[in-house]
Write a protein that binds this ligand. Structure first.
Ligand SMILES: Cc1cc2nc3c(=O)[nH]c(=O)nc-3n(C[C@H](O)[C@H](O)[C@H](O)COP(=O)(O)OP(=O)(O)OC[C@H]3O[C@@H](n4cnc5c(N)ncnc54)[C@H](O)[C@@H]3O)c2cc1C
Length: 313
């Protein structure tokens, strides 16, 4: 039986009660209706690159989104939720569609991209999303949500704030530009990401992760002024964004740090990634995350919020 450790990039998680792989939207809806009627204990899975699931969580029903297809209608591109995100970026580049070239190398599916409004190297997916087709948990209806309805924010959306259901497809509108320019940007980004262990590589334990484990904290300007002068800070509206990686390293936790007898460690390439060095348990991952939160909290008075969905703890 397939374990969640085989389906997630941080490679932890036990055996689900059942694994339902949906290849069409109709299948997705029928699996959802069936599972949602029976239990509260279900997990929707895309590429498994932003979840940490307890190894011993019992009776978890898992629906995996594996729908495929890209439709072009005028200037609106509609992509099924199960399409691979990085492959879609490559396709968009080849068509001269600008706006996601810097998001190359992010693992996972197109359907998960709006959930935390994926972002990197100055781009966020929300800027090119026109609408999202969504199977709503409460009404059991397929609805179309506009960009505004999704209430996108920094690594945030309405889907992270209680609107439960399934993104079945995402519609994009892009500007047009030179293919060679887009491909060059993606290649530059991929090189930078590889140096930080942020491109999946089965042979490199630094990439057995969920990417960044914590979001960069947003604080008030007056709080930001209490921090050391060399703490990186960016103004975001009325708030100030801090570097979670800087906070971790300056709380005394260096790259490669591990707790005694644990197979989880901070990446040797990036202080913000918690990695599985091979054979880590879900407890190893969660214990290290909570140790980092405590150290940063005690040093700077800041609570680091985890970016991945941590299930069963
Ligand atoms: C090496 C590495 C680098 C990364 N770099 C970045 C980065 O630069 N920027 C960034 O933003 N993220 C990054 N991530 C995080 C991750 O890749 C993204 O969050 C991605 O969008 C998750 O997609 P997924 O399909 O793997 O989602 P999963 O991990 O399968 O799911 C994540 C969450 O979304 C929900 N979900 C999944 N699919 C759907 C759907 N169709 N409808 C509703 N809910 C759904 C799940 O239930 C779960 O709560 C990185 C991860 C790794 C491992």
């Amino acid at each position: 039986m397939t374990k969640l450790s085989d389906l997630t990039t941080i490679r932890v998680g036990g055996t689900p009660k059942q694994l339902l792989v949906a290849k069409t939207t109709d299948e997705l809806i029928s699996f959802a209706n069936r599972v949602w009627d029976e239990t509260e204990n279900w997990l929707l899975l895309g590429g498994g690159s932003n979840v940490v699931v307890n190894d011993s969580i019992p009776f978890l029903d898992v629906i995996q989104v594996s729908t495929r297809g890209i439709d072009v209608m005028g200037n609106v591109i509609t992509v099924q939720a199960g399409e691979n995100w990085h492959e879609f970026v490559r396709y968009a580049n080849s068509q001269g569609w600008a706006g996601i070239e810097s998001l190359a190398g992010i693992p996972g599916t197109v359907g998960a991209a709006p959930i935390q409004n994926i972002g990197a190297y100055g781009q966020e997916v929300s800027t090119v999303i026109q609408s999202v087709e969504f199977f709503d948990y409460d009404s059991r209806e397929l609805v179309v949500l506009s960009n505004e309805d999704c209430e996108f924010g920094y690594r945030d959306s309405v889907f992270k704030r209680g609107r439960r259901g399934i993104v079945t497809s995402v519609s994009f509108v892009f500007d047009g530009t030179e293919v060679s320019e887009l491909e060059k940007t993606s290649e530059d980004v991929l090189n930078q990401r590889r140096a930080k262990g942020m491109v999946l590589d089965a042979d490199d334990h630094d990439t057995w992760s969920c990417g960044s484990f914590f979001v960069n904290p947003l604080v008030t300007p007056s709080f930001a002024r209490t921090l050391p002068l060399d703490a990186p800070q960016w103004e975001v509206g009325d708030e100030v964004k801090l570097s979670a990686a800087w906070l971790i390293e300056n709380a005394g936790l260096t790259k490669g740090f591990s707790l005694p007898n644990s197979k989880a460690a901070i990446s040797t390439k990036h202080a913000l990634a918690i990695t599985n060095r091979g054979g880590a348990t879900s407890e190893d991952i969660v214990e290290l995350a909570s140790f980092i939160q405590t150290q940063v909290g005690n040093t700077f008075g800041i609570y680091l919020v985890p970016e991945p969905n941590i299930i069963g703890f």
